[in-house]
Design a protein around this ligand. Structure first.
Ligand code: CA
Length: 227
């Protein structure tokens, strides 16, 4: 789980970084809205903890852009005490939750855990291999930040192959697994989808090897299995 903390108050940001890292999250920090938007273009964050009161472009603007780009998982906003309208605007703009300052670090950490748990329940866990990530519940695949354009059939083939990376799977197994949603699927059709997927996955460094006369095997560039 990767988290970005967007907070210009240095001591508070340091405390958040320390606390969340100690809990095992990978945590980055951005001190301004501009830096936050740049970081989110380069890296996928499962959660952004976003202060509303920022120098330059404020938290609302950052929130709006992040939601427009659809590039991050959940967003937890930090609002000043008494600013009721900030909370409402934050939620309206697509924040998943808010925490009002001042808060204790354990309290914030509990909220972070709750938001991440909720988002996992809604979107399902993300499967990653090489540069590719798959969200089974949303039926979407990404290379880095970029969403792959897949037809439903291509998605079906990909969703079957990726969790089986490092194993040889036969075309028959694939047909059996995939036929429930497509009665007209043939071994030849599978070949076509696999060949299209090869082109689309190249950028992620993932190879689908043909095992002659049998089926396919997805090779992970890092030699790891999908996790
Ligand atoms: Ca601030």
């Amino acid at each position: 789980m990767r988290i970005l903390i967007v907070e210009d108050d240095k001591p508070l940001a340091d405390g958040l970084l320390r606390t969340l890292r100690r809990s095992g999250y990978a945590v980055d920090h951005a001190g301004t809205g501009e830096l936050a938007l740049r970081a989110c273009k380069e890296e996928h964050y499962d959660l952004v903890v976003l202060d509303i009161g920022l120098p330059g472009i404020d938290g609302f603007e950052v929130l709006k852009q992040l939601r427009e780009d659809n590039s991050v998982g959940s967003i937890l906003v930090l609002t000043a005490s008494g600013a009721e309208t900030d909370r409402v605007s934050g939620l309206d703009l697509g924040a998943d939750d808010y925490v009002t300052k001042p808060f204790s670090l354990p309290e914030l950490e509990a909220r972070v855990r709750a938001v991440l748990r909720r988002s996992q329940a809604v979107h399902g866990p993300t499967m990653r291999i090489g540069g590719l990530s798959l969200n089974a519940k949303a039926r979407r695949a990404y290379i880095g930040e970029k969403e792959l354009e897949l037809t439903p059939r291509e998605w079906g083939v990909l969703e079957y192959l990726i969790p089986r990376a490092g194993q040889v799977v036969s075309k028959d197994q694939m047909l059996q697994a995939l036929c429930s949603w497509d009665v007209s699927l043939t071994p030849n059709a599978i070949e076509v989808y696999v060949s299209r997927l090869r082109g689309k996955l190249e950028e992620a460094g993932i190879r689908i090897r043909t095992v002659r006369g049998f089926g396919y095997m997805v090779e992970d560039p890092d030699g790891r299995r999908a996790s």
